[in-house]
Design a protein. Structure first.
Length: 300
């Protein structure tokens, strides 16, 4: 297959590119700078946003849109929040325009999204059947992101919104930074510890995307989280157990609020999210529990 991907050089994009090329598919990576890239017969870098990429592309079977400014690489001032929102809307609108001009439409669009759309809660459990949206910055950002992506459906293209939880992997994302204090023997519970962490192993991110591509009955929002979310306290203790380090020095909520500002919501507040649609469709998680996931990542 020919797979077009925006955000292909990011944490998830790199893993997907490796997976699909190893399975014999050609990846067409949309980038602002297509120059000076390593040559690979299965990986093709295509200039976009500054130029129209349509004439550089063959017939595309699958479109994957992961593009957007990282939400956890800097304090959320007004300029940063504007960049987070606008980068997602710009990329999604550009994908829409590109598909509109394709003579042969792709069979499916895989659109990145996030469980942040549900808002935060200590006692609620969220599935794809929950239609309410949170009022915080992340929830409203994801809501606008999905609304922009829904225009793909009007083109007659099956569209899947992958509502990612916290993605765990050894070479990027949040895990290496969370684990670092434990390696220094100063790890402990973050905040109150009773906030929920809905997580997912990178292998299951790839697996869920591949599964959604192959199963034509899947569309709309999909929660990409492991079936067993944990509290932050249980997560910290699981890290300590795998690394054989103490879990003793808590990080008070006010410290994170001072250091991170509004971005502290990523660690201090959460939601319990269940991947109901994936489970009902028959997807089997490679790493359903946090102990299995951390053992695989941290011991490898």
């Amino acid at each position: 297959m020919n797979i077009l991907i925006a955000g292909g050089t990011g944490f998830v994009g790199k893993a997907l590119t490796t997976y699909f090329t190893q399975n014999g598919h050609h990846m067409y990576i949309l980038t602002r700078n297509a120059q000076k890239r390593e040559s690979d017969p299965y990986v093709h870098y295509i200039q976009w946003l500054t130029v129209n990429p349509i004439e550089q592309l063959p017939s595309i079977d699958i479109v994957i849109n992961l593009a957007g400014e990282s939400i956890n690489s800097g304090r959320w001032n007004e300029a940063r929040k504007r960049a987070i929102v606008e980068s997602r809307l710009q990329a999604t609108n550009a994908i829409y325009d590109l598909i509109t001009n394709m003579k042969q439409k792709p069979s499916v669009v895989i659109q990145a999204s996030a469980i942040g759309i549900y808002g935060t809660s200590l006692d609620q459990t969220f599935t794809e059947r929950n239609e309410t949206t949170g009022t915080d910055f992340l929830a409203q950002t994801v809501k606008r992101w999905e609304e922009a992506g829904r225009r793909m459906e009007a083109l007659g293209v099956r569209t899947v919104f992958m509502r990612f939880g916290i993605i765990l992997g050894g070479d990027g994302g949040a895990l290496p930074r969370i684990v670092l204090p434990y390696k220094w023997f100063i790890g402990g519970t973050i905040g109150q510890g009773n906030q929920w962490m809905s997580w997912v192993h990178m292998d299951d991110v790839i697996g869920a995307i591949d599964f959604s591509i192959r199963h034509k009955n899947i569309s709309g929002p999909i929660n990409v989280t492991a079936p067993h979310p944990v509290t932050m306290e249980k997560f910290g203790k699981a890290v300590a157990n795998v690394l054989q380090r103490p879990h003793w020095l808590p990080v008070p909520s006010f410290v994170l609020k001072v250091l991170l500002g509004e971005m502290s919501i990523l660690l201090l507040e959460g939601q319990r999210v269940i991947p109901e649609k994936l489970l009902q469709a028959g997807y089997h998680f490679s790493f359903p529990t946090i102990d299995q996931a951390l053992a695989n990542i941290l011991k490898s």
